[in-house]
Write a new protein. Structure first.
Length: 93
């Protein structure tokens, strides 16, 4: 996440638990395409992937390399990927 996204989340009443210390969550700042490389294989039970529109991506969050990394870090067979995108038919989402 970047600073602007974190600030926006902090104002969202549904995201308050991310910031009040009541959940065991670490917020990582940076480019997900680079950060994911630092995780061990099979180390995450859940990944929530909510990339910006392709037109706004500064890195390849929709590319095969990134999805290969997601597959590598998800704990198999019980791990789960939640992927949120806009309209799949749109060239902008």
């Amino acid at each position: 996440m970047d600073d602007a996204s974190i600030e926006m989340c902090a104002y969202n009443p549904w995201s308050q638990q991310l910031f009040d210390g009541s959940l065991p969550i670490d917020i990582l700042k940076g480019d997900a395409c680079n950060i994911i490389k630092s995780f061990s294989s099979n180390s995450l039970d859940v990944v929530i992937h909510d990339p910006p529109a392709r037109a706004l991506c500064e890195s390849d969050l929709y590319g095969l390399l990134f999805y290969s990394e997601l597959f590598r870090v998800i704990n198999k067979p019980k791990g789960c990927l939640f992927h949120y995108i806009g309209n799949p038919a749109s060239k902008e989402s």
